[in-house]
Design a protein around this ligand. Sequence first.
Ligand code: AHR
Length: 498
Amino acid sequence: MAETQAKLFIEKEFAVAQADKRLFSSFLEHLGRAVYTGIYEPGHPLADEDGFRTDVIQLVRELGISHVRYPGGNFLSGYNWRDGIGPKAERPTRLDLAWNTIETNQFGIDEFCDWARKSGTSVMGAVNMGTGTPKEAGELLEYCNYPGGTYLSDLRIKNGHRDPHNIKLWCVGNEMDGSWQICHLDADDYGKKALETAKIMKWIDPEVELVVSGSSNTSQPTYPQWDRVVLEHTYEKADYISLHTYYENKGNDLDFLASFVDMDHFIHTIVSTCDYVKAVKRSRKKMMLSFDEWNVWYQQKQTPHGWVEAPPILEDHYSVLDALVFAGMGMTLLNHADRVRIACFAQLVNVIAPIFTEKGGRVIRQAIYYPFQLLSKYGSRGTVLKPVTVAPKTETRHGETPLLHTSVVYDGEEKMVTLFLLNLQQEDMPVELSLRSFGKVSMSERLCMTNPDLNLENTFDHPDQTAPISQPCEKGLFEECTVSLPKTSWSVLRFHVE
Ligand code: AHR
């Protein structure tokens, strides 16, 4: 029988890394209703003069997102960026072979950069390594970042953007290890192509940072050799290697809640692979990780559709349980802030997303909205700490799993310590907290996400029913205290250092 009592020792000198705002990034693909009737819907009562839905922009702003990766995803590998620029009436309508839909190209890179500015986010661009060439990748970069006086930069100016978009972070392809990818390559061929593309891109703009395409999940037969080979080709030009992962509930809630354990293994493996290549190359450079797709995704639930514009595909509805799993994954990313420098939850609107719209109508927050918002609000400033956690453990399909998952961030400027605590067990868990190294603290905020019905979801008629609730704080000043975490719950505890 497992012990249910847990202890957490938080020491302010046990620093992992400075929190990086880019860990709180997202992803938006030309897929289903993410763009069309998601962020862009001319004619919607709340659309602005550019056709951007202001109700959606408001929720994006409240999420506190750093970068948004665009335009894909699988879509990227068949996309010609030139289709999406210039007068809208002249843009070609195309078949999108990635998602079997019709792409009207009424929205492209210029519109996306305008939207990002209005939404208070930065752009993480992406170049096509499927049907695209290194030359076309360089041309897109020149169009976006070169100030003016060349054919492509002047074309951008003619298209209404005098100032360069200045996109400084780029993905070199997407999931190129996947046989589903349009013009999938093997690791050697992709590695060579990515290297040549990186050379061109860094010649055009030496300030850009590049993410090479890593394993798209741990079930790939090429994992992790793919990552080794790609890095052997690109090590000196790449700045990050990408990781992607999605989890779904396969019938056992505890296994599902333990998804963060699998994510943790994935990160350790890719860190080791990077460091192996570093050693082989006698390099001084430390490769960083970009976890640029992560979420809960019910992949079996795909709806069939014909060749249509913006069909409702991958529109998952998220429950409280999904939100707890999502929170656990976000915490694992934070705990690896020394190596995972960028992370994009996938995706932002309608498609496996925290924001969900009705065409022509309302918008709601899904349950996964709240953990992201709180992780971003309190986890993106200060120092990520490594607490010593003593907690009961159990075996799940991902291996040994702690029943208490923890993350701690200390914001020295604000003198605030924030604890994120996921209780996986189906009973309340008393946790002794030791914050002695900070001296006296007071508890200033306590939020908890749980519900007797873990399957509860927000709906258009009941849009807030999964939101975290405030709980009473411990009173007074103290160095230690004991809190009781409700069964199967996610809590955010904040302490002010006196
Ligand atoms: O996010 C949905 C899809 O998942 C993306 O297009 C692809 O990169 C991944 O397989």
